[in-house]
Every structure is written in structure tokens, then in C-alpha cells.
Design a protein around this ligand. Structure first.
Ligand code: FAD
Length: 510
């Protein structure tokens, strides 16, 4: 042992969000002889490790868990409400922290609210859990031809504990869906009709909702795997490359400041779509496509009061997890004809505070959100400095990001479509919808994209192994090569299943 870490393992996983947890789970299931060390720069904030903070019943404890996740300058505190406020425009959601600098270059659109989470479980300890499948042009043709994408998505749903019935008791959900369906279903095939949102949530025996985090992805099989260890407050500073292949990592113990080398046959970097390319850069692994094709889903929001509503006595008041359940979560699937991913949800389930709910008719206000796919550009990228460092001492980031004329057209159409959909459900609270500042979706993708060959336009293979660096795998939404509008975590997890199986197969060969 060097410090608190082992000298050598078979597999190192960097990052404990759902992508990293997927590697731990699949390897625990399919290659149980492998020793695995997972390193997470942030602290453990929930139990079991990686659990969603919304499952913490005590509001003070929940708030503390959120604060501890908010990056290198996170302060232990129980008295704050909401996220960090930098300016009236730049707010971070609870449990996340904003990129401090480099988020917007003069003359460009930038990603003013680009954000991250640093905690065991990553952003999925704070997420909304929407897990739609990609559709039409969102899908990855390379993995679609033989049906493997759907099989991987099935696995992703299993690992994330995705259900569609958690909100079936919501009294207004059916009404919202019926009205949206009347306005939208004509011309759609059944699989893209208005429907219940697949969510990473289940209902416990006592009726309470349990939101899936990395704890669900790990599952008991990973937690009881004696060859798996998760080390929190451990920053991976560098991936070691020897003879052209991955050979381990350099880890800094954030408690002692001590640096250690941990050798490994396989290294998986699952450190989110901004910090995965950062770690590769810091390690001198700098393929042309690294950090490029960065894309975020512009997010348009609108609120309406449900029309002609019979007040319902059935719904519960906000429960221990701070969520009332009047209108459930409805999905407007992406199609090539209607190229937006729509999410329609009870106001207080929405990650965006749109308005105060109506105390006279609680649950009568629903928030609509449309996510837009980006017009992918190689010039949209995150760059890293060889000189400046961020709050963790890693290469500082600069985001180059521009909306193209086509992006502006899509956004303008999205604003029309959301008003049409909103008016089908009820009376708008405002005349116009608004677009969230860029970066608000928290769905950054493309920065370590997969591709068919090492042609300079991708970073890794369809199995997520970095071109030209055997044994080094990348994981998370950065691997997704298409312009998705749907929430990407399910797809990111599905791709991680593919990578984990490649490691299981290769380790059996060697
Ligand atoms: P993350 O979950 O971000 O985990 C990466 C981890 O790597 C972090 O814990 C980080 O601390 C760690 N790390 C980074 N660098 C290092 C390093 N050098 N050394 C060690 N560790 C490191 N997605 C959806 O699909 N549906 C939703 O409904 C949805 N809603 C969301 C709502 C909110 C409020 C938030 C915050 C996010 C939401 N998301 C949603 C996004 C979703 O949470 C992410 O897509 C998902 O967590 C990405 O998983 P990941 O494992 O790739 O990265």
C-alpha cells in the first residue's frame, strides 16, 4: 500500500457517477476476479454511498449533502437555501457548482452556467432521473445496425432502476397526457406518442419515492465485492502511460495532500464530459477530437395553469423528499419531425423554479421544458491550459461555444412549439417562454465522442477505448457522438455497459 491506496489493481475507475458505477457493477457481475479501485475527488455525502440526496428525509441533512457536493470551495453549512449565486444570471442548482472562469469567450455564446458536481455519486446524487431512450437522429447508427444499442439501453434501464409507474397515482397526470396527446399524437407512431416519462425512481413499500443514484447502479453485488474499493476525496491527477498503453494513475489524497501511484491494467475515466477530457489532457493524451463537438441542449421553459381543473383531494402534500405528485412527469418524445425532447412536470418536481404554486389549487401549475439538439461543430470545444489551473489544481478550462444560425432557428421553433403544447394543457402564466442560460441543461456531450475509426473526428472506439491507447477507456455523456435532445444519462450508462464488457473480455484474454 502507498498511503491509503493499493499499489496495484486490475482496473482503476476515475469518478463515481453513474458512468463509473456502471463499470464497477458490470465488472462485479461479469469479471468478479478483477480487483477494482474507484477514485472520487469529492466526499461521500449520502448512504449507501452514491445515494440520491432527495432520499435524505431531514432537510438540514439534505442541504448539507448538497453543499458538500459543490466543488473545491464547498463549505460545510446547513443554513443555505438554493445554490450558489454568482450574478443574477449565473446560478448553480443545489449540489452543483459553476465553472468559475473560461465559460464565455468574448464574441461567443459560451456556456455561462456550465456546472459540475463533486461527490460520491456525481451529478446523479442530485438529478431528476428522466431516462428517455434516444430516438431517430439521436441514435448512434454504429451500434444500431445489429440491435446492440437497444440491448445496451435495456441494461442501462436495469442498472438505473428505471420505471414508468412511480407517478401513476398522480391525479392530474392522465389529464395532462390526454390534452398533450390530442395536440401532438397525430402523425406519430405509437412508440413516440405522448407518454409517461421513464424515470430512475421507484416507490418503496411505505409509499415513499426512492430516487436512483449511483448506489442503485452499484447494487449489492458491487457493495459486497471484496475486490472493489471506492476511495473518496481522491483526485486523479494523471493517467500513467507506459509502452503506449494505460498503466495506472497518480492519485492525490485530498485529506493528506500525499501523491501515490496506483498501477492498473485498465483505466476508466468517467469524470464527466468536462473533466474526462481534462484528465486526458493533463496526462498528455491529446487526440485532435479531445474536447471538441462539445454540446449542450438549449432548454426552453414555459408554465401554464391546468385549464378547467376539478381540485383534487387525492394528492399528497409534499412528502419527506420535498415532492408533491399532482401531475406526474410526462414525456414528449423526440422525432425528426418534432426535433425536441419534451418534459412536462409538476411545478415542484421541475428543476427550474418557474412560479409559485397556487395555494388555492395546489398542483394546478405545470412546467413545460423543451430541450433542443445542437448543430454539432468541431469548433465548439473545451480547451485546457498548460499554465493555469482550476480549484482542484487541474488544467484550467476555456469553453468555446457558439449557436449557429440553424441552432437559432431550432430555438425559435421550439419557443412556438412549447406555447402550442402549453396552451393545449392550460392557461399560460406568461405571454412568452424563455430560454435558460446555455449550460443549464447539465447535459454536456461529445467531448470524448466515439467513432467508427481513428480518423481524427473521434476520441474512442464504439467500445469506448481511447484510440491508440490500449487499456484506457472513457465513459459518460462525453462519449455520445450524436446531437441528442433527450436526457443523456441512460445513453451514457448504456455505452458504459459496452465498455465494461470490453474490459471483461480483454481481461479474460490476457
Ligand atoms: P457525473 O455524475 O458528473 O460523475 C463524475 C464524477 O467524476 C464526479 O463525482 C466528479 O467529482 C468525479 N471526478 C471528476 N474529475 C475527477 C478526478 N480528476 N479525480 C477523481 N474524480 C473526479 N440527466 C438525465 O439523463 N436525466 C435527468 O433528468 C437529469 N436531471 C438532472 C438534474 C440535475 C439537478 C442535475 C445536477 C443533473 C441532471 N442530469 C440529468 C445529468 C446527470 O446527472 C448526468 O448526466 C450524470 O450524472 C452523468 O454521469 P457521469 O457518471 O458521466 O458523471
Amino acid at each position: 500500500m502507498s498511503g491509503r491506496y493499493p499499489d496495484e489493481v486490475d482496473v482503476v475507475i476515475v469518478g463515481s457517477g453513474p458512468a463509473g458505477a456502471t463499470y464497477a457493477r458490470i465488472l462485479s457481475e461479469e469479471a468478479p476476479a478483477l480487483t477494482i479501485a474507484m477514485f472520487e475527488v469529492g466526499p461521500t455525502v449520502s448512504q449507501p454511498p452514491g445515494a440520491h440526496v432527495k432520499n435524505i428525509a431531514d432537510p438540514g441533512e439534505r442541504s448539507r449533502a448538497q453543499t458538500l457536493s459543490e466543488g473545491p470551495h464547498a463549505q460545510e453549512s446547513t443554513d443555505r437555501v438554493g445554490g450558489i449565486v454568482k450574478t443574477s444570471q449565473r446560478r448553480a442548482r443545489p449540489g452543483t457548482f459553476l465553472l468559475e472562469s473560461g465559460y464565455q469567450v468574448e464574441g461567443e455564446d459560451g456556456l455561462p452556467v456550465a456546472a459540475m458536481s463533486s461527490n460520491v455519486g456525481g451529478m446523479a446524487a442530485h438529478w431528476t432521473g428522466a431516462c428517455p431512450r434516444p430516438n431517430a437522429s439521436e441514435r448512434i447508427a454504429l451500434l444500431d445496425a445489429d440491435g446492440s444499442l437497444d440491448r445496451l439501453l435495456d441494461e442501462g434501464e436495469r442498472l438505473l432502476g428505471v420505471t414508468v409507474d412511480a407517478f401513476d397515482s398522480s391525479p392530474y397526470a392522465e389529464l395532462v397526457r390526454e390534452r398533450l396527446a390530442a395536440a401532438e399524437d397525430a402523425g406519430r407512431v405509437a412508440s413516440t406518442h405522448i407518454q409517461r416519462m421513464p424515470l430512475a425512481v421507484h416507490r418503496r413499500g411505505d409509499g415513499n419515492l426512492v430516487w436512483s443514484g449511483s448506489d442503485v447502479v452499484f447494487g449489492d453485488i458491487t457493495r459486497s465485492n471484496a475486490r472493489f474499493t471506492l476511495w473518496d476525496e481522491s483526485r486523479v491527477a494523471r493517467v500513467l502511460i507506459e509502452d503506449g498503453r494505460a498503466a495506472g494513475v497518480v492519485v492525490t489524497d485530498r485529506r493528506s495532500g500525499e501523491n501515490s501511484e496506483v498501477r492498473a491494467r485498465f483505466v476508466v475515466v468517467a469524470a464527466d464530459a468536462l473533466r474526462t477530457p481534462q484528465l486526458l489532457w493533463a496526462s498528455g493524451i491529446r487526440p485532435d477530437a479531445l474536447g471538441r463537438y462539445l454540446n449542450d441542449q438549449a432548454q426552453i421553459v414555459f408554465a401554464v395553469r391546468i385549464r378547467d381543473l376539478e381540485p383534487s383531494g387525492e394528492a399528497d402534500a409534499p412528502g419527506a423528499t420535498g415532492l408533491s405528485e399532482y401531475s406526474g412527469v410526462t414525456w414528449v418524445p423526440f422525432t425528426d419531425a418534432m426535433p425536441f425532447h419534451g418534459q412536462v412536470m409538476q411545478l415542484d418536481a421541475s428543476p427550474v423554479a418557474l412560479a409559485e404554486d397556487d395555494p388555492a389549487a395546489p398542483g394546478s401549475i405545470v412546467g413545460l421544458g423543451l430541450f433542443c439538439p445542437k448543430d454539432l461543430q468541431s469548433s465548439d470545444r473545451v480547451e485546457f491550459s498548460d499554465v493555469e489551473t482550476d480549484g482542484y489544481g487541474m488544467p484550467a478550462m476555456t469553453v468555446h461555444y457558439r449557436l449557429t444560425p440553424r441552432d437559432r432557428e431550432v430555438i425559435a421553433r421550439g419557443k412556438e412549439e412549447i406555447v402550442r403544447l402549453g396552451k393545449a394543457v392550460g392557461e399560460p402564466l406568461d405571454e412568452r417562454p424563455f430560454m435558460m442560460p446555455l449550460g443549464a441543461s447539465l447535459h454536456y456531450q461529445g467531448t470524448t465522442r466515439l467513432g467508427a475509426s481513428d480518423d481524427g473526428d473521434s476520441v474512442c472506439s464504439p467500445q469506448c477505448e481511447v484510440w491508440g491507447v490500449p487499456g484506457l477507456f472513457v465513459a459518460g455523456n462525453g462519449v455520445i457522438p450524436t446531437a441528442t435532445a433527450c436526457n443523456p444519462t441512460l445513453t451514457g450508462v448504456a455505452l458504459a455497459v459496452n465498455g465494461a464488457r470490453a474490459i471483461a473480455a480483454k481481461s479474460a484474454e490476457s
